[in-house]
Design a protein around this ligand. Structure first.
Ligand code: PLP
Length: 393
């Protein structure tokens, strides 16, 4: 497979359509990972089916170093004794969110939520609004996941309206914690009401908040997106979120909050089943230390119109068009970001998807749109070459 990719790429170098660097990339893309390198031209920055956040180069280096040999993941080199897995990245999270007394990193957001709910409820029922019974994708509902982990759910309110009185009744009826879930992939409009974390914090039981998307602090460019710092300041006992959404890191679940709750999460037997591996911890630590991430760059990309123009000018039959795309991955529900795409005949979708590298776009009103927001600018030439190859197909 590597040989075939190399031969193909070398032929394209001779034809002048790619550079020798592209040959190296093609060879790497053909390494037997069991997965195919994809140019994401959907415009959806956090596309779960495409692996969500692409890693920052710093995180990639960290993974290579962590994966390539022995590391002190659970050993204190000064004392020679066992040390807590994930301690350095958890300290970095604590430094980034000083409101959090403690932090824990696990495998994914769902695992962080399950552990937080188990620790907060201590065997009792958990109150959740009927307006927040979220399905996160592929048929998985948060309530089924919590139920499977043995958390008894106590639903309160109606689909469109839940009041503080509903939660008060639930506390009087014996719930031992309250869960608030950020409606990350849908919006409810019209005659609605929900109860904010500040009010829930006065109920006298721990409040777990599933933020979903993982902003550490408020971001003015995503004004409707909740963040860990503000939510903890409002009185949440613990917040949970994913590492590979807006944080722009590897797949991981992060919980920040009270020392005692996070400590109970650490000691829970399921923590061992949910633990993050050394590569995840390395990539997350490097992401937190990096100046920026590909996710942040894509969300703030400003040069999309000229890039679309240049690309379209070099591809027969292509047209640069203005478009909009969602953030995806349970972030900014209902938010459409203005973007620019290269429009092509719809028939090119299949050959592009099955080419090398694979190019995945978006079919809209009978045309294939290659949205440049999610295409790294350094891959524009490769994208153009892939389109020309698909046209010759
Ligand atoms: C994405 C999301 C999850 C699940 O996180 P994973 O990291 O995919 O396990 C849970 N809750 C909300 C609100 C989400 O948006």
């Amino acid at each position: 497979m590597v040989k075939a990719a190399l031969a193909g790429a070398q032929a394209r170098v001779r034809a002048g359509s790619v550079t020798p660097d592209d040959v190296v990339d093609a060879a790497l893309a053909a390494l037997p990972t069991g997965m195919t390198d994809v140019i994401n031209a959907t415009g959806v920055v956090l596309h779960t089916n495409l692996g969500r956040a692409p890693l920052a180069p710093e995180a990639v280096d960290a993974v290579v170093r962590a994966a390539s040999g022995y590391v002190d993941v659970e050993l204190d080199l000064t004392t020679g004794r066992r040390a807590r897995r994930g301690r350095t990245v958890e300290d970095a999270l604590g430094a980034a969110v000083p409101r959090a007394e403690a932090a824990i990193v696990v495998n994914n957001g769902a695992a962080a939520l399950v552990l937080a709910a188990l620790a907060a409820t201590r065997g009792g029922p958990l109150a959740i609004s009927r307006g927040e019974l979220v399905e996160i994708g592929d048929g998985f509902r948060l309530t089924s996941i919590l139920g499977a982990a043995g958390v008894a759910l106590h639903e309160v309110g109606a689909t469109n309206r839940t009041t503080l009185a509903d939660y008060r009744e639930a506390v009087a009826a014996g719930v031992t914690a309250v869960l608030k879930v950020h409606p990350s992939n849908f919006t409810v409009a019209g005659f609605t009401s929900s109860v904010g974390v500040q009010q829930l914090a006065g109920l006298g039981v721990p409040v777990v908040v599933d933020l979903g998307s993982g902003l550490l602090a408020a971001d003015p460019s995503l004004p409707d997106e909740p963040d860990a710092t503000t939510t903890l300041a409002y009185g949440a006992s613990v917040v949970t979120f994913s590492g590979d959404k807006l944080l722009g890191g590897p797949q991981a679940g992060i919980a920040l909050g009270s020392e005692s709750l996070v400590e109970s999460m650490r000691r829970h037997p399921l923590a061992r089943a949910f633990r993050a591996d050394k590569m995840t911890l390395a990539a997350l630590g490097a992401t937190l230390a990096a100046a920026t991430t590909p996710v942040a760059r894509m969300l703030n990309a400003k040069d999309l119109e000229p890039r679309a123009g240049t690309l379209a000018a070099g591809i027969p039959g292509a047209e640069a068009v203005a478009t909009t795309s969602p953030v995806g991955g349970g972030s900014g529900p209902g938010v459409e970001m203005p973007s620019w795409a290269v429009a092509l005949p719809e028939q090119l979708a299949a050959p592009l998807r099955t080419g090398t590298p694979a190019v995945v776009g978006r079919v809209h009103h009978g045309r294939l749109l290659l949205d440049l927001r999610t295409v790294p600018p350094e891959r524009d030439a490769e994208l153009a070459a892939a389109v020309r190859a698909a046209q010759e197909h």
